[in-house]
Ligand binder design. Structure first.
Ligand code: SF4
Ligand code: SF4
Ligand code: SF4
Ligand code: FES
Length: 952
């Protein structure tokens, strides 16, 4: 897994035509368009270079890579010269050596000679190339004009910019443009005076820079350098692993000194990211060893008691005893478990197995309940399986991209960079979102259509688009006839063609002008073009979340945009392993691989493998668990890696439910909000401490690799095994790879998955079995839908119960920011707070003015569920009547306001529509005061535990 990465100098070219050149006497055949530099590298011949690197288009500025070509005058740069058939090229000659030394001499004459104490010593291309060209002295001396005293910019929390070391190779500027798409850097000044500049000569922190690290990665010198390397020195080994933040699932190399991470570098061969990263995965890993980590098991009888640190055996014994007592007194169904999308597939599988086999019920649910459960339902019903249809790379073939209720620049940044690249190449963009998200207008990207709908009216909009498609002859009749059910299509066509679904009728409901709806529909359904849909929680987290997913699936089928590259329906999954936690059977009605618990054949297979008789009745969903807790019939919960108090809606309801339970076991890194209601705390492990797999939004299963031992001494999967054994259901695994073997044996779509294969191929995509390629399936539904014929389902628009009215005249919608992640437990414990240190309420200037609110004022937000206080940001990004906040900080109480309104099919909460009133205030809300007292008491209880009882 740790193959040396070769830099071929220029990017790979795709071409059906090949050319053969001779380089240093060696015949080399490459795709047409390949540079001479790359052709040489592919033949194992290294040409000196500085401004070229294979992640960026060649620039031809350093002149170090010159070569001689028979029949050509001068010395062409090999990085910018394409290989042509019959060329005879020399990369080495006395003259070339002379020219290269001259070039290098000039660079070095304006470079500090502090190699021995430089952070990049041993990892600097300038140093290496000076050695390669044989530079021995510098004739110009170091006394002339130079940049050696230029001031460093240390404003970015994670990297420094030292202009004295800059060779103006432009790699950083190109990385920011080509790889990241932010265009934050320029070369300012001319000739000798040219220097890299962030924004309008601002500091990096004040500029548009989003700290993705692409420029740092590209810089061949120590000019842009990670602070961790400056502080700790160069790594001595590296291990390939997968980012534990978002659903993009970027591959990384954890660069190590022993068991200490010194840098995370995006993995060039990682198929989800191809060497790119965002600020979270690249830099925000310090939480893993943060002083707040709780590393000792703890127990307490009541949440008002101080915690007692105990041995693992005592903690597990206490938890098992309590669960058994509760079941004996209140019935088998009085306990359950919640799995987390932050955990690995193997860990999640074990928790659902424990619930089904050791607890003997199906009371297991996952945090996907509150994000993408409607995706599972909607795509399952229409296409036959609940997963995104494409790879991320597939967007490179899309001509029209429709983004619905998603903000990839903030929530799926590495995919956003890929998408923006395609948009800069000319693909057209439709955005359906109540907010003016970054994509609508970013450097060299402009949306052709922005449908700025009222929150809660997605279905009205998708029906209007479908209406245009069927009434204007834009249906792909051949695709529908061949691939879809005739009857359901006929019914759907008749339904959407009705006048009440026309753009003109839907304008009044959605607030989107009819002509904009028509333009978007015509664009999406352009005949002969590839149109791809990407959607997020702005689709699913609605009372009609499942209906909208179905509406999207219908539209893609009707226009023939399923089953090949560049098209499809792609849910952008929020957390790293949302896809996996669903795949692993952590829903109360489904076994691993989405087989219904009432399916007696599937159940029999698990009964035989697990040696139990599974309950055929679906168990409780998370909201049902809360209701049952308040009824007194659900009293014990095993919650692994999920902070339901902060992330689920209607915080006060959740807190009341947890307060009513008798045994809550929380397994986590920190004493999170849920743990403050717990009776047993089992210390969890970070992704750096575990072996396992994550499955990203493209169904890609990648390895998570242990680089340091668990801080608590026990891995997450081992804790579940211990608990199961103590409950009387034996589990006997010695390594997570054995758990994957069991998953593969019991789950047809995973039958070909193994740690060995993932390590050999880098990653695989499910379905992965004997019927697929060795690496699984990249595009779904090619030639036919998983369920056979695609099924259309009628999607009647129903207004949400959450409506703006006189008491609550504004609609609140929630989301994320780039620098923070979900409940913020990890990113709040990193320097990412430099970008986002508090949740704020965004509102339109008109709404602010009406209420006398100015930017930065404290504002109270009241809904029918509760109230909280945040500071205001007045911004034109919002439409009048709509306000927005994030939920990264517990004290903000964003979910104190959100209500119990939820998706009709899956109970996914309607986070995206809450009717609220906003007004200027001067003090925290009553809930915030209560929270402060409760939180102080809980932190005291934790502190006291550490003082009173010494660690064992
Ligand atoms: S860190 Fe990323 S966004 Fe910032 S300047 Fe570098 S490439 Fe651009
Ligand atoms: S900062 Fe680094 S990558 Fe950018 S121009 Fe200077 S040396 Fe090149
Ligand atoms: S895009 Fe997502 S997976 Fe990739 S580095 Fe960022 S947070 Fe991690
Ligand atoms: S590497 Fe070719 S000109 Fe710089």
């Amino acid at each position: 897994m740790n193959a040396i990465e070769i830099d071929f100098g220029t990017p790979r070219r795709e071409s059906a035509r090949e050319v053969t050149v001779t380089i240093d006497g060696q015949a080399v055949t490459v795709a047409e368009g390949t540079s001479l530099m790359r052709a040489a590298a592919e033949a194992g011949i290294k040409v000196p270079k500085l401004c070229a690197t294979d992640s960026l288009e060649p620039f031809g500025s350093c002149r170090l890579c010159l070569v001689e070509i028979d029949g050509r005058r001068g010395y062409p740069a090999s990085c910018t010269t394409p290989a042509e058939s019959g060329m005879n090229v020399r990369t080495q000659s006395p003259k070339l050596a002379d020219v290269r030394r001259g070039v290098m001499e000039l660079y070095i004459s304006d470079h500090p000679l502090d190699c021995l104490t430089c952070a990049a010593n041993g990892d600097c291309e300038l140093q290496t190339q000076a050695g390669v060209v044989g530079l021995r002295n510098v004739r110009y001396g170091f006394d002339g004009a130079n940049h050696l005293k230029d001031k460093k910019d240390e404003s970015n929390p994670y990297f420094t910019y030292d202009p004295s070391k800059c060779i103006v190779c432009n790699r950083c500027v190109r990385a920011c443009e080509e790889t990241q798409g932010t265009f934050a850097l320029t070369i300012s000044g001319r000739g000798f005076g040219s220097r890299v500049s962030a924004g309008m000569s601002e500091t990096f922190l004040d500029s548009e820079c989003v700290s993705c690290g692409a420029c740092v990665q590209a810089c061949p010198t120590a000019t842009l350098q990670e602070k961790s390397i400056i502080e700790m020195g160069q790594p001595e080994h590296s291990v390939t692993t997968t980012c534990a933040y978002c659903g993009v699932g970027c591959g990384f190399k954890a660069e190590m000194q022993g068991t200490q991470v010194v840098r995370m570098t995006p993995w060039k061969d990682g198929k989800a990211n191809e060497g790119h990263s965002c600020v979270k995965g690249r830099f925000a890993w310090g939480y893993a060893t943060h002083k707040d980590r709780v590393t000792k098991p703890m127990i307490r009888a009541k949440i008002t008691d101080p915690w007692r640190e105990v041995s693992w055996d005592e903690a597990i014994g206490y938890a098992a005893g309590e669960f058994k007592r509760i079941q004996a007194e209140h019935g088998q169904g009085a306990v359950g478990g919640i799995t987390s999308s932050r955990c690995t597939n193997e860990e999640t599988y074990l928790v659902q197995k424990l619930v089904r086999a050791a607890f003997g019920n199906n009371n297991v649910d996952t945090c996907a309940r509150v994000c993408h459960s409607p995706t599972g339902y909607g795509l399952g019903q229409t296409y036959g399986t609940s997963a995104g249809t494409q790879t991320f790379k597939s967007v490179e073939h899309a001509d029209i991209i429709m983004v619905i209720g998603a903000n990839p620049s903030e929530a799926h940044p590495v995919f956003a960079s890929r998408m923006k690249r395609r948009l800069r190449e000319g693909a057209q963009l439709i955005v359906i979102d109540p907010r003016k998200i970054d994509l609508i207008s970013s450097p060299h990207v402009k949306a052709q259509a922005h449908l700025q709908l009222r929150p809660g009216t997605n279905v009205a909009v998708i029906n209007a688009i479908a209406h245009v498609v069927v009434t204007e002859g834009l249906v792909d009749e051949a695709f529908v006839a061949e691939r879809c059910e005739a009857k359901s299509f006929g019914q759907w066509r008749e339904f959407v063609a009705r006048p009440e679904n026309s753009p003109e009728a839907m304008e009044a409901i959605s607030g989107v002008p009819a002509d904009a709806l028509r333009t978007a529909a015509r664009l999406y359904a352009t005949k002969g073009k590839n149109a791809a849909i990407y959607y997020g929680l702005g689709v699913t987290e609605h009372a009609q979340g499942s209906t909208m997913v179905i509406g999207i699936a219908n539209l893609a089928m009707a226009t023939g945009n399923v089953g090949r590259e560049g098209v499809g329906v792609n849910p952008l999954r929020g957390q790293n392993n949302v896809q996996g936690s669903c795949d692993m059977g952590s829903f109360p009605h489904e076994l691993p691989g989405y087989r219904h618990i009432s399916d007696s054949i599937a159940r029999a297979q698990f009964d035989a493998a697990w040696g139990v008789t599974l309950d055929a009745e679906p168990g409780l969903r998370i909201p049902n668990m809360f209701d049952a807790a308040l009824d007194g019939s659900f009293l014990g919960l095993y919650c692994q890696g999920e902070d339901i108090v902060q992330s689920d809606p209607d915080t006060q309801h959740v807190a009341a439910a947890l307060s009513a339970m008798q045994c809550i076991v929380v397994q986590d890194l920190f004493l999170n909000e849920t743990a403050k209601y717990a009776h047993v705390f089992l210390p969890g492990s970070s992704f750096l401490e575990k072996d396992g797999t994550f499955t990203n939004a493209e169904r890609r299963i990648s390895r998570v690799t242990k680089v340091m031992p668990p801080m608590s001494g026990v891995g997450d999967w081992e804790a579940t095994v211990k608990l199961s054994n103590a409950l009387g259901y034996p589990m006997n695994y010695t390594h997570p790879s054995q758990i994957m073997e069991e998953i593969a044996a019991l789950t047809p779509s995973f039958a070909g998955v193994s740690f060995e294969k993932i390590e050999r191929l880098g990653s695989v995509q499910w379905p992965c079995n004997d019927d697929t390629e060795e690496a699984g399936t990249s595009v779904m539904h090619v030639g036919g839908f998983v369920r056979g014929k695609g099924r259309f389902i009628i999607t009647a628009y129903q207004p949400s119960d959450e409506k703006a009215n006189r008491r609550f005249p504004l609609l609140l919608t929630t989301g994320r920011v780039l620098s923070q992640y979900n409940v913020g437990a990890q990113t709040r414990r990193t320097p990412n707070t430099a970008w986002h240190a508090e949740d704020r309420l965004d509102l339109h200037p008109h709404d602010a003015e009406e209420r006398g609110i100015k930017d930065g004022d404290w504002v109270g937000i009241v809904s029918r569920a509760g109230d909280t206080v945040l500071r205001a940001t007045v911004t034109e990004k919002m439409a009048p009547g709509v306000v927005y906040t994030t939920f990264h900080f517990p004290e903000s109480g964003a979910n104190v306001i959100t209500t119990d309104s939820s998706d009709w099919a899956t109970n996914c909460p309607e986070y995206k529509v809450t009717a609220v009133q906003v007004s200027k205030v001067t003090q925290p809300s009553e809930w915030q005061e209560r929270y402060r007292h409760f939180n102080d008491a809980q932190l005291r209880a934790l502190r006291d535990a550490q003082v009173v009882v010494p660690a064992k």
